[in-house]
Design a protein around this ligand. Structure first.
Ligand SMILES: [Zn+2]
Ligand SMILES: [Zn+2]
Length: 257
């Protein structure tokens, strides 16, 4: 299995998940030229892609979708509410989307994919659990609280990308408006803090977990050092110092697996 982050943060998010002859992109949140440059830097040939999975309709996850889909002639997969919202935002045809139901598994080539619901300020956001002959991958970003229904998928994963968006005290100290702070910290609207990411891992990491990538770090309310320290403490608490940990860069590609 090859899993690559092409960049992760509020300026854009895009990932590639590949097993055998099948490769999909999760989210398409940079512009088309940037995506091509990043993929080349990561030594990934974009013509290998079979489709794009969307998590939700926020700009940092869909920015290039319309142009990129056309350029590479790709199928787009999302639930119907996200499809409608995205199509309206980007002026796309709803027929360009293959719509799934959350929690109903579907196949793309060698990948078996289960979308699961996430609490966030989007119409119907999801994360993905992707099973392949090489192992199982958990992809969870942009959610406000570490729900058990999300943790159950994390528990079954060999490899995981998990949001570690902000340090709570840095968030409240920041000069953001009180409304924005409340939205980011909100359980049903926001993003997972370092503390909440650590909690999810403490509660749900199983012996299967080999590799963990921390994603969607806030530029001013977090630092790679703080996110890493918090997660290393959680892993040490579990006696799982053997789990390989990486912190995703906001713009540069990182090979997760
Ligand atoms: Zn986002
Ligand atoms: Zn979002």
């Amino acid at each position: 299995m090859r899993i690559i982050s092409l960049g992760s943060g509020s300026q854009g998010n895009s990932y590639i998940v590949e097993s055998g002859n099948t490769a999909v992109m999760i989210d398409c949140g940079f512009n088309c030229k940037q995506l091509c440059i990043k993929a080349e830097a990561a030594d990934f040939d974009l013509s290998r892609l079979s489709g794009i999975l969307l998590t939700h309709e926020h700009t940092d996850h869909i920015a290039a979708l319309k142009v990129f889909r056309k350029k590479f002639n790709l199928a787009i997969y999302s639930n119907s509410m996200t499809a409608e919202k995205t199509a309206a935002r980007l002026g796309m045809d709803i027929d360009d989307f293959f719509c799934f139901e959350n929690y109903q598994s579907f196949e793309i080539g060698e990948l078996s994919i289960v979308p699961f619901s996430t609490p966030h300020d989007a119409v119907d956001s999801v994360g993905y659990f992707i099973n392949s002959p090489d192992g199982a991958y958990f992809h969870g970003t942009d959610f406000g609280t570490p729900l058990e229904s999300i943790g159950r998928f994390f528990e079954a994963a060999d490899f995981a990308t998990l949001e570690s968006n902000h340090d709570l005290s840095l968030l409240w100290q920041s000069d953001r408006s009180i409304d924005l702070k409340r939205r980011i910290a909100g359980e049903s609207t926001g993003h997972l803090s370092n503390e909440q990411a650590a909690l999810l891992v403490k509660k749900f990491a199983s012996n299967k977990l080999k590799r963990l990538a921390l994603a969607h770090l806030s530029e001013d309310c977090n630092s790679p050092h703080l996110a890493e320290r918090s997660m290393r403490e959680a892993l040490a608490h579990l006696g799982r110092e053997d789990v390989s940990l990486c912190i995703l860069d906001r713009f540069s590609p990182v090979r997760i697996v």
